[in-house]
Design a binder for this molecule. Structure first.
Ligand code: SAH
Length: 234
């Protein structure tokens, strides 16, 4: 089953962009997933092909029009399309690895990229858009956020990652940040690789990695530790 992404944007040239290279690019060529970039402006009806207008109630900036966006969505995702419809938005629920996994297990996604101040609220409600944020900061448009989301999803599609095991050991997959990594040279600027990692004792190594994971998570992301149902103990 091919994962089908439809991205609605004023800048279709931004796609596949970074996703045309490396793992995601090879998977795109192999047909593991497909990407359609839809130009929202094609669904404007006036001679200037207007997609935005001034905010009701006044204030700075412009708002994307509900009618134009509705036509674009209905074209890319007709009724009966089982794919979730996402709106990249700083007001959305923060994207998590758990949501990424769910999306990767589904048929695809229809992704609307906002520009200007955002989109008319009636469109969000009328088309049942799920607002998704990639973090507490403001981008100039939803396109980089859509690329981020798709990158995270595509690497989980069957056959995309060479080493399937590494996906399961990643940060967040067990609710913790990942342990630190080391490789040759054995000594770098006077610093040796931690002795345990060169001991060949796999039980000791696993225990060290686990405790480093817990230490880093407590230090940097106490919120993740608090969210764990019960910290699994060895
Ligand atoms: N006025 C809005 C920000 C608009 S930024 C506000 O204050 O909430 C323009 C567009 O960029 C948004 O419509 C959205 O599609 C995208 N965008 C900006 N920041 C984002 C983020 N953190 N996550 C996802 N999309 C974002």
């Amino acid at each position: 089953m091919t994962f089908k992404a439809s991205v609605l944007t004023l800048y279709p040239e931004m796609f596949p962009g970074a996703l045309g290279l490396s793992l995601a690019g090879r998977a795109l060529e192999a047909g593991t997933w497909s990407l359609e970039a839809v130009q929202i402006r094609d669904f404007a009806t006036d001679k200037h092909r207007t997609v935005d207008d001034t905010p009701a109630g006044g204030g700075a900036g412009m708002v994307m029009r509900a009618d134009v966006l509705a036509r674009a969505i209905d074209h890319a995702s007709p009724p009966g399309d089982a794919r979730p419809r996402l709106l990249m938005s700083p007001r959305g629920k923060p994207l998590t690895q758990a949501r990424v996994r769910e999306l990767a297990a589904g048929p695809g996604a229809v992704i609307l990229c906002g520009r200007f101040e955002g989109v008319d609220q009636r469109l969000i409600e009328a088309r049942g858009l799920e607002e998704v944020s990639i973090g507490d900061f403001i981008l100039s448009g939803g396109e980089p956020a859509a690329l981020v989301l798709l990158d995270a999803v595509v690497r989980l599609l069957p056959g995309v990652m060479g080493n399937a095991v590494s996906g399961e050991e990643e940060s967040f997959e067990n609710g913790l940040l990942e342990h630190p990594h080391y490789t040759r040279p054995q000594e770098f600027e006077g610093h040796a690789i931690p002795e345990v990692l060169t001991s060949g004792n796999h039980a000791r190594i696993a225990k060290w990695r686990r405790s480093e994971s817990e230490r880093l998570t407590a230090e940097r992301r106490p919120d993740l530790l608090a969210a764990l149902p019960d910290l699994p103990r060895k």
